[in-house]
Design a protein around this ligand. Structure first.
Ligand code: GLN
Length: 283
């Protein structure tokens, strides 16, 4: 089969988007996913049989609904290439709002010769948030120690591998939110599971770990736990920043205010939706 034929068959017979078909073919050929021009330049080349077999299998899985990043094993988050697989949530562009807010907090709290800011990412999954923060600290030469925890050993293994591959210093821990942790932090960030267990949107997310998505009847169980635990783990003046669902900003701001946080506020994602809320522990 020629390359052009392989692409058009995946689109016409399996209903794949052309871009997905191209990326899967590049992946089957062990070529960088940015190399779509190569496919065009070689459209009459014949696919070697092993690559063809790999490609057909990938295209079938994509047609059956497996998200593209799980098939290629790659995703870009905050300008950083991450490896992922079905052990972890696929990092979303919306979560870059949380990272940008965290970086702004770190920037504002820069104190020359002060103690090294301690940062923790709860429910790190692929490590996306913690690694983006660590990368910022390395690139700007700012001091800071980034910690990350997850309740899933599988997720931690993947996050750790991402950190090693990117050469970023993050300390990983196994744990359920802040339970059993005695340290205090200057910044706590989390993109916890926040979907209600009966939410119809879950049907479209069936390939991702339920543990990373669902959090009780109203989706707020994890956020309630984090907001309750955070005051005992924040330095005076430290920030807690949380990502949440499109309709949860008000509820999360109320939880933060009731727990005694000040400067409670929300941030909008790229679609203009209030996607993150946070507050500062008084001090
Ligand atoms: N922190 C990871 C991310 O933002 C995982 C989040 C999760 O699994 N809920 O992508």
């Amino acid at each position: 089969m020629q390359i052009q034929q392989a692409l058009s068959t995946a689109c016409s017979s399996l209903g794949l988007e052309r871009l997905d078909a191209q990326l899967l073919l590049l992946h089957a050929l062990d070529k960088p996913l940015v190399d779509r021009a190569w496919l065009i330049a070689h459209d009459t080349d014949t696919l070697a049989r092993p690559a063809e077999v790999r490609y057909i299998e990938l295209a079938r899985r994509r047609a059956a609904g497996t998200p593209l990043p799980y098939l290629t094993g790659n995703i870009e988050f905050h300008g950083m290439p991450l490896h992922i697989d079905s052990r972890v949530l696929i990092p979303r562009p919306d979560t870059e709002t949380l990272v940008d807010w965290a970086l702004a907090c770190l920037h504002d709290s820069r104190v020359a010769d002060g103690p090294i800011p301690q940062i923790i990412d709860l429910g790190t999954g692929s490590g996306a948030v913690a690694l983006a923060i660590a990368r910022f600290l390395v690139q700007t030469g700012q001091a800071g120690a980034v910690h990350a925890l997850d309740v899933s050993p599988d997720a931690l293994a993947l996050a750790q591998a991402n950190a090693e591959r990117l050469g970023l210093p993050v300390q990983f821990m196994l744990g359920a939110w802040l339970t059993g942790i005695s340290a205090r932090y200057d910044l706590i960030v989390s993109n916890p599971p926040y979907i209600a267990e009966s939410d119809p949107h879950l049907d479209a997310l069936g390939h991702e770990p339920r543990l990373a998505l669902i959090s009780g009847p109203d989706g707020l169980d994890a956020i309630r736990t984090i907001v309750r635990q955070a005051p005992d783990h924040l330095q005076p003046g430290g920030w807690l920043l949380l990502e949440h669902g499109w309709d949860q900003a008000l509820a999360v701001r109320e939880l933060l205010a009731q727990a005694g946080f000040t400067q409670v506020q929300s941030r909008r994602d790229l679609a203009g939706i209030e996607r993150c809320s946070g507050g500062r522990w008084p001090g």
